[in-house]
Design a protein. Structure first.
Length: 145
């Protein structure tokens, strides 16, 4: 039997993220007061589809409007959640953005984001576990350097 404080008793954190790729680099952000790179994304709201969450988070974090039709799910990363008790997992649904749409938008930091970074897989050491996994998978797919 698990206690309420046992990480195994905590539900996984379900999030959606956008992999906006240009020139073999992917957009990542630094949140205010943090020094690690994150994918633009966040938690899925109750009643919201994963795809809708990805589009909403792109709007909220990097000020871009992405039609859900321009998003295609690339993969799901399941790993230790950053800043959570050992054993609490994050399940990140990562969506690619149609190349023509990706080229037409102009990301800008939102109120919760302090900086934007166009990175390659070399930035893996700057990321929490989920972000590092995303960079490695994007590189393995030949989408980023």
């Amino acid at each position: 039997m698990t206690s309420p404080l046992d990480p195994a008793a905590l539900p996984d954190i379900h999030v959606a993220a956008v992999a906006l790729i240009r020139d073999r680099r992917v957009l990542m952000v630094t949140a205010r007061g943090r020094d690690v790179f994150f994918m633009p994304g966040g938690k899925i709201d109750p009643g919201e589809t994963v795809r809708d969450a990805a589009a909403r988070e792109a709007r909220e974090e990097v000020s871009i409007e992405l039609p859900t039709s321009a998003l295609s799910e690339l993969f799901v990363v399941t790993t230790q959640a950053h800043g959570e008790p050992e054993g609490r997992l994050v399940r990140m649904h990562v969506f690619g953005v149609d190349a023509a749409v990706a080229a037409s938008v102009s990301p800008e930091p939102s109120a919760e984001v302090s900086a934007l970074h166009w990175v390659t897989a070399a930035a893996v050491d700057r990321c929490p576990p989920a972000g590092a996994d995303v960079l490695q998978r994007l590189a393995a797919l030949g989408l980023i350097d």
